[in-house]
Ligand binder design. Structure first.
Ligand code: ADP
Length: 219
């Protein structure tokens, strides 16, 4: 699996590192006749995509193809179900006011909305804010009036890879999605909400992986 398409500058950096490893960022920059800050983003990208390894006070080294594809395979094996949070689920008849209170109590950014126990919508912080600053009577207004509703809800399955689910969050510019299991109810395809997958889950996993890879110490 190739995570990024390499640009000419990335290929140049990889060649320099292969030939002079371990090598500091100053030395790489001097090979390229540029400043260290000019290549900072490129180095970060190459680390994130598994081409380079960076060790403090030692420098950069190259990670060979076999190790990289092992890392890519490993990334594909981490499933949503192993990092997901408990969903915060609320019925669509609930008022906008009560939903905002729930958001605070549950410390969540997104609420999954259901009708008869099945996913019918989703409500974010901004949806609730919008209704509030518009001067609506939030105690009388049901969530159903402001939620983003089915079939426009982006969801994922517990068995999806965290990599693909994270890509979905980025592609659709959303903070979270319901983790669902499909089932047929009265001849219709419906979705039971079994979890919540958010950017926070990905951040926690990333930090956990960093700790594990560095043997429990801070990188
Ligand atoms: P916020 O609006 O608090 O920054 P988001 O960026 O997640 O949070 O939400 C932006 C918009 O997208 C909102 O109108 C919300 O209803 C909608 N939305 C949030 N999550 C989803 C999802 N999983 N599927 C479809 N729409 C969503």
């Amino acid at each position: 699996m190739t995570l990024i398409e390499l640009k000419e500058r990335h290929k140049e950096i990889i060649e320099i590192v292969k030939n002079h490893q371990p090598i500091t960022s100053e030395a790489i920059a001097s090979h390229l006749n540029v400043t260290r800050s000019a290549i900072r983003a490129d180095l970060n990208l190459l680390i994130m995509s598994g081409y380079l390894d960076a060790k403090p006070k030692v420098g950069y080294s190259y990670i060979d193809q076999e190790d990289r594809s092992r890392m890519a395979d490993y990334l594909q094996t981490i499933r949503v179900e192993s990092v997901q949070s408990l969903p915060v689920v609320i019925d669509e008849k609930t008022s906008v006011y009560d939903a905002a209170v729930t958001l605070f109590i549950e410390d969540a950014g997104t609420l999954c909305v259901t009708q008869n126990g099945y996913l019918s919508g989703i409500v974010s912080r901004k949806d609730l804010l919008k209704a509030t600053i518009a001067g609506s009577d939030t105690k009388a207004m049901p969530l159903a009036m402001i939620m983003t509703r089915m079939p426009n809800i982006i969801t994922c399955n517990p068995k999806d890879s965290v990599y693909m689910a994270s890509k979905k969050l980025l592609d659709h510019q959303i903070d979270a999605m319901p983790v669902v299991i499909a089932e047929t109810h009265e001849g219709l395809l419906k979705y039971k909400v079994v979890g919540r997958f958010s950017k926070t889950n990905v951040t926690s996993l990333f930090v956990q992986m960093g700790k594990t890879l560095s043997g429990g110490t801070t990188l």
